[in-house]
Structure formats: C-alpha cells, structure tokens
Design a protein around this ligand. Structure first.
Ligand SMILES: [Zn+2]
Length: 193
C-alpha cells in the first residue's frame, strides 16, 4: 500500500503577538509549488490595513481577500490559508472540517490566547482537529526571555482590540504575571522540606 497524497491536512501556526506568525505563513506560501492553487483570506474584523493582503510586521506581503468570520464563500482550492484565525466562529470550524473532507490543505495562523490568557475564540477547538500545531514564541519586551503571552498595555476591556506595539507587548510567563518564578520555586522548595 502506498501512502496517499498529503491532503486534508490542517496546520495551525500560533503563539502570542510579535512571534512571527504572519512571517511564517508567508514563507509557507512562498514554499509551495508555483502551480499550486492558493487562496488566502483574512476575517473582516481586522481593520488595521485597507487591503486584505497578509502583511508581516517587517513589510512582506501576499495577496489575500476579506472573508466573514464564518468563512462564507470560501471554496475548495489546493491550499487555503487564513490569517487572524482567532476571529473565526464555530460555523467556520465546521466549514474547515468540510473543506478538509474534500481534500483541501489548510493553514491557519492566529493567537492562541487573548490578553487575559484565555483560549482565543475557537482556537482550542481548532488545535484539537489540526494535524499539526506550531507554537511560535518571540522575545519578552521586559526581560528578553521567551515570550508566550500578549500583554495589553492599555486598560481597554474589549477582547478584540486591534492594535500594534503601542497597545500590546510580548511577555514571558513571569513578566506577564509580574512574578519572580525563581523566588516562587524557592518558597515551594522550602515548603516541601
Ligand atoms: Zn520576561
């Protein structure tokens, strides 16, 4: 028996803000064969740019089109890419499953957690149906360690506050929580002795 072609594959690229998710999705697309039919989308809630094109923080871009957060109208093509996947609805997850069953290869990029450290939108569900989940990390803006969290610098309360580095910064677990983990560990050890 020979292995079947690599279809019906769902890859998720995730992590906090400023971890290189968009850059990673762009190099993923650039690595595809020239004849591959690629369709890239971005949910309409992202209003940072006039164009739907997927643009990394360092200015690289690939053409994309706006789509609603249910992914209405996304049709089958060889490769489907959706950026800002944290905005997708449950309806969109069903649509993704349907497209996978038809043989699409899908790559989604999006935040794993919101600024309050809760699973963002349907991302936890999306991870569970993915064939591969790539968690990227960046550099903590406070200590230079490995960032896994997105810290909101303003005190706006809405979950979906679009913004760049004026509003958010990447932080490691300790700096996000404002705790000294080494000290915590020390106390824990004292308590166990
Ligand atoms: Zn830190």
């Amino acid at each position: 028996m020979s292995p079947k072609p690599n279809m019906g594959n769902l890859t998720v690229i995730t992590g906090p803000m400023f971890a290189g998710k968009t850059r990673s999705i762009i190099s993923c697309i650039q690595g595809l064969p020239a004849k591959a039919q690629v369709k890239a989308y971005k949910p309409t809630v992202d209003t940072r740019y006039d164009t739907a094109d997927i643009i990394s923080h360092n200015g690289e871009r690939i053409p994309a089109q706006w789509v609603d957060t249910d992914l209405n109208g996304v049709s089958l093509s060889d490769f489907i890419v959706v950026d800002e996947a944290q905005f997708l609805t449950l309806e969109a997850v069903y649509r993704i499953q349907n497209l996978l069953q038809q043989g699409a290869s899908i790559t989604l990029a999006g935040l794993d957690l919101d600024y309050l450290e809760r699973p963002f939108g349907q991302m936890a569900l999306i991870f569970s149906i993915a064939s591969s989940v790539v968690k990227l990390t960046g550099t903590c803006a406070q200590c230079g360690g490995m960032s896994t969290r997105t810290f909101r610098k303003s005190n706006h309360k809405e979950v979906t506050l679009i913004g760049g580095s004026h509003t958010y910064e990447p932080r490691c677990y300790s700096c996000y929580h404002g705790v000294n983990l080494a000290e915590k560990q020390h106390h824990l050890q004292d308590a166990l002795e």
